[in-house]
Design a protein around this ligand. Structure first.
Ligand SMILES: NC(=O)c1ccc[n+]([C@@H]2O[C@H](COP(=O)([O-])OP(=O)(O)OC[C@H]3O[C@@H](n4cnc5c(N)ncnc54)[C@H](O)[C@@H]3O)[C@@H](O)[C@H]2O)c1
Ligand SMILES: [Zn+2]
Length: 778
């Protein structure tokens, strides 16, 4: 770091480590500078700071982040301390920065408006340093009582002075350069929380405080600006300044500004208040807005405690603050302490680490989530922001990168507020280096190498190797095993995690190769006791194996649903099963054939097509069939029964059928099955102990039937409706298992898969898959 500074004093963007990261900003750089380089560096810093001041105070459109500005400022101040003979009379450190807009009327302040000293140490040491300085100035020793302070929020807005004469608001002015400000009276009158009249105040009464904009209003304003094709504001502080320093009060009125009072300017009653606390209490009693978050305390520990407490509650405030302010409470002591150039000695700002910082985007990595979503992640040159060193930030998706117009190599503004994950919020396009590269989403999954597919609707890119990709395998197996998919009881997330982490299973097909020995094996416990433990108890293991055996006999629709192909919910699985009839027909279907299936459409069609095209998936599907998964042959079209198109609700315990089975039968016959009774319900099938649903049916006059009547209806012919049409209408387009209907089946007994069937060759696309035997019997 030191070396770097020596050889490249102009490098302003390397700001990552060491002393500076703890809040000592540019001072380290100043210490390291060779004396012969000082004059040039100081002139350079003055020019940079002046240019930044102009952009910030006059144009309300900063060209540096606050963190960069403060670092340059502190470097200059430290150089001035080290080389006093080189200090320029026009140095920006000597004046209250700020300037006035030429087209606004000017006001000379009756009393100058000053800045305040900033503590550069963000820790409790900052509070201690201030207290020590105050005690020293006052000549206090350890024997003396602690100093009493008033602690306040440091509002991040712009300072403003309001003059009341005989209780009437006659003038409002911005701080400007401290001596001369801008007359913004007409604009200030539009701020609703500011009283235009005050009762019982001295004849001349100047109230000073901060004009701010709430974060919510700031975001709304920027949205409006975007919509109207106007320039957006960088932060609420600049938006507040831009809104107050306006030629047209109507614009200010529309911007919803707020004001908080914290100081007294000229006042015709010299004894109006004896302390800062009393002043703020009196302001409040007069109806002036005063922030509640303030405290009168004694000694440096209490200052630091206030600093900490406000930090913890900062995110909940509706507006931005950039620190807290400590003020010696007693006005007598304040007078004694006096001023040092542009700053009172009796106050200091104790800031928080900046929430925004500038750094360089070094690379973009891609992570694959549990659902196969590819997420680009920014690899940043480490930067100290929001109190921690940040080197990664999520970039969400390709559109986010496009909207930011972000290239690898760009300088970016990173924001980290509170516990919120760091974000890239802006690109400094004017700093784009030569050779900056655009990012492209990879066309193959970085984890498993399967092809990726772009989902236009959801604006994201996904790995298509759902059955194979290690990033997705846990969720894929949990879904595969879920009740209305393969229906393997006892395979919840916890067991699946264990099986995958222990290396026993890496695809759903591996489940069928689990053995009792492997499941009940002893493993060394990693946490707590060193005693070896069993993976599973013998009984639980046997249950799982039995359930796996049972799950081999399934239906084609359940099988399709279990594969977990994106956008294929239960209803789509049923549609695909009835439309294609066989696994071979489905996996060989062209994109065109798929998108022409009723209720499938383009997005689902593309997803299914990509899924079956991916050799890795095909391999796993082959293994599932070889392992023995089978289903009865599918009857492609059905004659509708009397229940087709009707809506049923099932309630209570039916005498012979499980509710799930009854539901499957109804759906397969083209009925809808709803969860609650409404006017749209055609029939309620009630069993024993039916409760509120039955009452509701009776109240609404919905026909109530029993299981026998339902079965009779199922076997009675109805109008010619295709069963699938109705069922597919309620597509739950999600990845999570919901209610799945079975497809229309022939009442054939499941037959075992022929043992002679060979598994598909690995990685060989379109090699024939082993067929469940019923289908080859056709
Ligand atoms: N990004 C840029 O290019 C750029 C340029 C110039 C200045 N800045 C920022 O502005 C800062 C300097 O601005 P400054 O001179 O106004 O100093 P400051 O904002 O750090 O502190 C002084 C100001 O604090 C405000 N304040 C808020 N709450 C207060 C309270 N309770 N009591 C008293 N005062 C309170 C007042 O407006 C006062 O003028 C820099 O540290 C930098 O962060 C940034
Ligand atoms: Zn993958």
């Amino acid at each position: 770091m030191t070396e770097e500074r020596k050889t490249d004093p102009a490098s302003d963007s390397s700001n990552s480590s060491g002393k500076e990261a703890q809040g000592f900003w540019g001072e380290a750089a100043a210490e390291a500078l060779a004396p012969e380089a000082a004059p040039a560096r100081m002139r350079e810093l003055e020019a940079k700071i002046s240019a930044a001041d102009h952009a910030y105070y006059v144009l309300d459109d900063p060209i540096l982040s606050d963190e960069e500005y403060d670092r340059l400022y502190h470097e200059l101040a430290a150089l001035e301390a080290r080389f006093p003979e080189l200090v320029s009379p026009a140095s920006p450190t000597h004046r209250v920065s700020g300037a006035v807009r030429e087209d606004l009327p000017k006001v000379t302040h009756a009393q100058p408006m000053l800045s305040i000293h900033t503590e550069t140490d963000f820790t409790a040491e900052g509070a201690k340093a201030f207290d020590e300085r105050v005690r020293k100035e006052l000549g206090l020793t350890d024997e003396d009582a602690p100093v009493v302070y008033d602690c306040e929020l440091k509002f991040d807005g712009l300072a403003m002075s309001m003059r009341y004469e005989k209780g009437v608001l006659v003038l409002a002015a911005t701080r400007g350069d401290g001596t001369t400000g801008e007359d913004v009276t007409a604009n200030v009158r539009t701020i609703r929380t500011i009283p235009l009249k005050l009762d019982g105040v001295p004849d001349v009464f100047e109230v000073r405080g901060e004009v701010i904009m709430h974060r919510a209003d700031f975001h709304a304003l920027n949205e409006r600006q975007l919509k109207d094709g106007k320039k957006t504001f960088v932060n609420p502080r600049n938006a507040a300044a831009g809104s107050l320093r306006q030629l047209d009060p109507k614009v200010t009125a529309a911007r919803r500004l707020h004001f908080y009072a914290y100081a007294l300017g000229e006042c015709s009653a010299p004894d109006f208040a004896a302390s800062q606390t009393e002043l703020l209490d009196r302001f409040k009693a007069l109806g002036l807005p005063v922030a509640d978050m303030r405290r009168r305390v004694e000694g440096p520990e209490a200052l630091a405690a206030f600093h900490d407490e406000v930090a913890a509650n900062r995110a909940e405030l509706p507006f931005d603050i950039d620190g807290v302010v400590y003020k010696v409470d007693d006005f007598g002591l304040q007078r004694e302490l006096g001023f040092l150039s542009r700053e009172p000695r009796w106050a200091c700002a104790h800031k928080y680490p900046p929430e925004e910082a500038v750094t360089v985007l070094e690379a973009i990595d891609v992570q694959v989530g549990r659902t196969g979503k590819l997420t680009p992640v920014a690899r940043l040159a480490p930067v100290f922001v929001g109190g921690v060193t940040v080197s990664n930030a999520t970039l969400h998706n390709e559109s986010f990168i496009a909207e930011l117009d972000l290239c690898i190599g760009d300088s970016v503004v990173v924001r980290r507020a509170g516990d919120v994950i760091p974000e890239v919020v802006r690109v400094l396009h004017e700093r784009r280096p030569e050779g900056a590269r655009r990012f492209q989403m990879p066309d193959h999954c970085p984890v498993c190498g399967s092809a990726t597919i772009r989902d236009e609707e959801e604006k994201d890119t996904r790995c298509t190797g759902g059955l194979f990709c290690p990033a997705q395998v846990k969720l894929a197996i949990v879904h595969f095993a879920s009740r209305r998919a393969a229906g393997i009881d006892g395979l919840g997330e916890k067991i699946v995690t264990m099986l995958v982490d222990e290396g026993l299973v890496s695809t759903p097909a591996d489940l069928f190769h689990l053995t009792h020995e492997a499941l009940t094996d002893f493993i060394t416990a990693t946490k707590g006791t060193e005693k070896p433990v069993r993976r599973m108890g013998p009984k639980a293991a046997q249950n799982l194996l039995d359930n796996l055996e049972r799950a081999k006999s399934t239906t084609f629709a359940r099988f399709i649903f279990a594969l977990g192909c994106r956008h294929v919910g239960e209803a789509t699985a049923l549609t695909l099963a009835t439309h294609f009839g066989t696994l071979d027909a489905l996996r060989n279907a062209t994109l065109e054939e798929l998108t022409h299936v009723d209720d499938v459409g383009e997005i689902v069609g593309e997803s299914v097509h990509a899924f079956f095209k991916e050799p890795h998936n095909e391999e796993v599907i082959g293994e599932l069939i070889t392992a023995g998964m089978h289903w009865p042959a599918v009857e492609k079209k059905t004659t509708a029964s009397a229940v087709a198109g009707k809506t049923f609700v099932i309630t209570g315990t039916l005498p012979t059928l499980k509710r799930d089975a009854a539901k499957d039968m109804l759906i397969a016959a083209g009925a809808k099955v709803a969860g609650s009774v409404s006017k749209k319900t055609d029939f309620v099938v009630a069993g024993a102990e039916a409760g509120s649903k039955l009452e509701k049916a009776e109240a609404l006059g919905v026909k109530v039937i029993d299981e026998a009547e339902m079965l009779a209806m199922l076997s009675a012919p109805g109008e010619a409706t295709a069963a699938t049409e109705e069922a597919a209408a309620e597509e739950p387009a999600s990845e999570t298992p919901q209610e799945v209907p079975a497809e229309t089946v022939k009442a054939a007994e499941p037959v075992k898969v022929a043992e002679t069937v060979k598994p598909v060759e690995k990685h060989e696309p379109r090699a024939p898959l082993p067929e469940p035997i019923q289908e080859t019997l056709f």
